[in-house]
Ligand binder design. Structure first.
Ligand SMILES: NC(=O)c1ccc[n+]([C@@H]2O[C@H](COP(=O)([O-])OP(=O)(O)OC[C@H]3O[C@@H](n4cnc5c(N)ncnc54)[C@H](OP(=O)(O)O)[C@@H]3O)[C@@H](O)[C@H]2O)c1
Length: 320
């Protein structure tokens, strides 16, 4: 049974003919990314499923059956910048247009010990933010050539923190080398970076026909949080409240689909689009909104976003 608070994309938008359009969805083999991909393919699009484990992407795509559109699975490990560069080179070798990029993949690395990617990023920040940062920057030219085109970036309501503790990106120590590591803070900061990046991109891309958005998908009953273990426990705990509090992956894909295919989303480039969040302790976040204002002032700070992007160019070793 559907949750009455869920924001749904309208039927006309979900019936649009997307044939001839190409999209990339990262993390397309699971959860929100899989359901986003399924709907795009259903509407006739071609979707490149950018997956860390291509075999998992191919397995997941078997469930598409006879849908109208098409898909291809390509490897992209966001914890490895060489893999991101190779993905883009392979993509540009095969495709000459790209109407939408959904930076959906994400991970939270649980535990008390900080882990690093091979490029030296704290793992949660590396997968959620830096891998996508390089991916977007390397695809900006083809997106501009294909305009109108859209970029969606999966954040989380967690980026808001609480009224007493709003997460912010620590540009001086994004790797947790001089402060105590916290898995939750790492995730919250990565998702602030994501909201800021959408804001900065929108400013930079004004007049190009490429628009952006950051997204909170809702409470997805996905594999998120460590091979599904955490979500399995949460699902049991939440069982009595299930119909009023939790979303299916299909419901949680609605915000991404709104951002990629609705007529309205491009009018709000750079904005934060959120599914409802009835569980969240910060009351401002609970109703969600397409778009809504993030209650976190750091996430709305364009100067901080520009500083983040300049630092990110240095860190990934790329500048357009
Ligand atoms: N679940 C929620 O309630 C919730 C709430 C707020 C925000 N979000 C955000 O929503 C997005 C989708 O999450 P989900 O709930 O659909 O979780 P999910 O089912 O766990 O899917 C996450 C996807 O990200 C991929 N991924 C993880 N590490 C990667 C890497 N290094 N390189 C490339 N891909 C990688 C996973 O691939 P593998 O299968 O190979 O691991 C998987 O395809 C994430 O950005 C998450 O932060 C989720």
């Amino acid at each position: 049974m559907s949750n009455k608070n869920v924001l749904w994309v309208d039927a006309d938008t979900l019936a649009k003919d997307l044939s001839g359009k190409t999209y990339i969805v990262t993390g397309a083999n699971s959860g929100v990314g899989l359901e986003t991909t399924r709907q795009l393919v259903k509407q006739g699009a071609h979707v490149v499923m950018a997956c860390r484990r291509p075999e998992a992407g191919k397995e997941a795509a078997k469930t598409f059956g006879e849908l109208r559109g098409s898909y291809a699975v390509m490897r992209c490990d966001l914890a490895d910048l060489d893999s991101v560069r190779k993905f883009v080179a392979d993509f540009l070798g095969k495709y000459n247009h790209l109407e939408g990029l959904m930076c959906n993949a994400g991970a939270v690395i649980m535990g008390n010990d900080v882990q690093y990617t091979k490029d030296g990023f704290e793992m949660t920040m590396g997968v959620n933010y830096f891998g996508h940062f390089l991916l977007v920057e390397l695809l900006l030219d083809i997106l501009k050539q294909s305009a109108p085109a859209r970029i969606g970036l999966l954040s989380s309501v967690v980026h808001a923190g609480s009224p007493k503790n709003r997460y912010e990106v620590h540009l001086d120590d994004m790797e947790f080398k001089s402060r105590k590591y916290s898995a939750f803070a790492a995730y919250g900061e990565a998702k602030v970076a994501t909201v800021q990046y959408a804001l900065e991109l929108a400013d930079r891309l004004k007049g190009t026909g490429v628009t952006t958005a950051s997204i909170h998908p809702g409470w997805a009953r996905s594999n998120f949080g460590g091979g599904g273990a955490m979500m399995k426990i949460m699902r049991v705990v939440m069982l009595p409240f299930r119909n009023s509090m939790t979303n299916s992956n299909e419901e949680s894909a609605q915000t991404s689909l709104h951002v990629l295919i609705s007529d309205d989303a491009p009018k709000h480039s750079g904005a934060y689009f959120s599914q409802h969040s009835v569980l969240y302790r910060d009351k401002e976040c609970r109703p969600g909104g397409w778009p809504m204002q993030s209650p976190n002032p750091h996430a709305r700070d364009l100067a901080a976003a520009k500083a983040l992007v300049q630092r990110s160019y240095q860190k990934v070793g790329y500048r357009p």
